[in-house]
Design a protein around this ligand. Structure first.
Ligand code: GUN
Length: 292
């Protein structure tokens, strides 16, 4: 193994203890407790797991969490009205609508109902719009992209003038992380399913971010020696040796890429814990801002 392992679990644990200390200080000085409302529509098992993890993490750092579950048949109006109620609730400083929503719902519409000052996921069209423009600051940056950048900083990556390649163009990860890299003066390439000669494009990357949802797609010979590689993928693959019958792998072939990269995140234990840490941090910041 030549790559340094970027330990997201350890970095996130440090952040969480800092957040817990600040939440405690806020409570003792002002009586205010940061509050996060989590809206889950339907019964997508992955979404249920994510929301459970987020609420558990809130409890561990002294952030109140309020769970709202709507049936998969919920009408758009019910979702929109719930968000409007949460906007008006002074105990709620952050609102997250877990994605994806069931197909019949318009997620753009639901997200646009969240007050931008409570948009701790950073998905409101205004926050995303600001993120996508030069010289504008969003109130909140989406959590997984912010976690990727934080890990790169911790690992000592240099951004200015670096060649950065992002695999994937999703609204949740690919596009916003690309904007963050551009703001840090990377020379940026965004790849997708129509990109020609993907391995050759990836080989140019000093910073490579894989967020496509394809198990172990990025091979050792796709990676420039010494590159920083961030693996956002969380994919289930069959594994008869596990009690569950599956194991989790990333979008990067870890065993191959660890022999080439300079630094690499594992799956699990890389980006995953950072997403939640950034959500907690955004919620704390929102609670702080709401005091002003
Ligand atoms: N679905 C996958 N990732 C996320 C996330 O970070 N926030 C929300 N709300 N939904 C998601």
């Amino acid at each position: 193994m030549t790559a340094a392992l970027i330990d997201g679990t350890a970095v996130a644990a440090r952040l969480r203890s800092e957040i817990a200390a600040e939440a405690e200080k806020m409570k003792s000085e002002t009586g205010r407790v940061p509050g996060l409302a989590a809206v889950l529509v339907g019964d997508n098992p992955a979404s249920q797991t994510y929301v459970r993890s987020k609420r558990k993490a809130c409890a561990e750092v002294g952030i109140d969490s309020f769970g709202y579950e709507l049936p998969k048949t919920a009408a758009q109006e019910e979702v929109d009205n719930l968000v409007a109620e949460l906007n008006a609730d002074p105990n709620v400083h952050g609102i997250l609508v877990q994605l994806p929503l069931p197909d019949h719902l318009n997620s753009e519409q639901a997200l646009s109902k969240i007050g931008i000052d409570k948009d701790v996921d950073g998905f409101h069209p205004i926050n995303i719009g600001r993120l996508s423009m030069k010289g504008r600051e969003p109130l909140f940056v989406p959590c997984t992209p912010a976690g990727c950048i934080y890990l790169l900083e911790q690992a000592g990556a240099q951004f200015k003038g670096a060649r950065a390649v992002v695999l994937g163009r999703s609204n949740i990860v690919g596009l916003p992380v690309a904007m963050l890299l551009l703001h840090r003066d990377c020379t940026l390439t965004i790849c997708h399913s129509r990109t020609k000669d993907l391995p050759a494009v990836c080989r140019e990357a000093d910073i490579l971010i894989a967020a496509v949802g394809r198990p172990q797609m990025v091979k050792g010979d796709w990676v420039k020696p010494g590159a920083f590689v961030i693996d956002v993928g969380i994919n289930r693959v069959d594994d008869a040796t596990k009690k569950s019958g599956y194991r989790l792998v990333g979008d990067v072939d870890f065993d191959e890429v660890k022999e080439v990269a300079g630094a690499l995140t594992p799956v699990p234990g890389g980006v995953g814990p950072m997403t939640i840490a950034m959500l907690l941090r955004n919620t704390l910041r929102s609670a702080t801002a709401h005091s002003a």
